[in-house]
Ligand binder design. Structure first.
Ligand SMILES: O=C(O)[C@@H](O)C(=O)CO
Ligand SMILES: [Mg+2]
Length: 257
């Protein structure tokens, strides 16, 4: 059975954020992740992890103005200073939470920025962040997010693009965040692609497709996918990042089975 984590930005939203940690633990999770810790006090979050015997599996670098629709700033040439300040802030939280992996959202390229300029900026920013994180023993994940349904224009929308970036950066602590939901939409052939990509995968997330709900609501055969993850010898976190179709507790049959 893979090492499952709960994404608290999507699961247990029936209760207020700080109450979700205890529910995740009671449901059987040993790890949690969520989009951003920044609105909360570091010590409070660390206390919630400790009180509930949970590991912080991952969180994202600051994404720019999320509410306004920004989905990362790493590819934006006029936001490099803000990106660097975000790396510092994320590291402060990572220390406090004992978190060993951070995800860098590449962002959506505005029409005013050329593909080449966006890519160059992404390379510079990811290289910078990788070096800062390496000094602290932290891995930098790069998630490939589908640009067809959820994030049109997202710069890193295929595993191939993430791999090209990893190759260009050439640092041991940069890894692919393989989200089965996004990869099913963009590429399919999930088990075989995980087999090929395994050496570069640092973190896995999942939801069924279409709908981004729990396993069993769509087209992905999760029994086979989870068995393959075990068979491949992947030892990292596998995080439930889906919107429950009903109550969260009722959506967890995949965890019990
Ligand atoms: O897949 C996703 O949407 C997330 O992993 C994320 O971090 C950005 O929304
Ligand atoms: Mg994801």
């Amino acid at each position: 059975m893979p090492k499952f984590a709960a994404n608290l930005s999507m699961l247990f939203t029936e209760v207020e954020f700080t109450e979700r940690f205890a529910l995740a633990r009671s449901a059987g999770f040993r790890g949690v992740e969520y989009l951003f810790p920044y609105p909360y006090d570091k010590a409070r979050l660390a206390g919630l992890l400790e009180d509930n015997g949970l590991t912080q599996a991952l969180f994202n670098l600051p994404p720019g103005d999320w509410e306004a629709g920004e989905r990362g700033i790493a590819c934006l040439p006029d936001r490099v200073e803000e990106f660097r300040a975000g790396v510092e802030l994320a590291l402060e939280y990572a220390h406090a939470l004992g978190c060993k992996q951070l995800n860098c959202l590449a962002g959506v390229r505005p029409p005013s920025v050329s593909e080449e300029a966006a890519w160059r900026t992404l390379e510079t920013n990811v290289g910078y962040a990788a070096e800062k994180l390496a000094a602290e023993g932290i891995t930098l994940c790069l998630e490939a997010i589908n640009s067809r349904v959820d994030m049109p224009g997202f710069v890193l929308d295929t595993s191939g693009k993430v791999l090209a970036l990893i190759e260009a950066i050439d640092a041991d602590n940069v890894r692919l965040q393989y989200d089965l939901y996004h990869m099913q939409i963009m590429e399919g052939d999930l088990i075989r692609s995980m087999e090929c990509l395994l050496p570069w995968i640092g973190h896995i997330q999942f939801a069924d497709n279409p709908g981004r709900h729990e396993p069993g609501t769509g087209e992905i055969n999760f029994s086979n996918v989870f068995a393959a993850i075990d068979r491949l010898g992947y030892k990292g976190w596998v995080s439930a990042e889906y919107r429950p179709s009903g109550h969260t507790e009722a959506s967890l049959t995949w965890l019990r089975g």
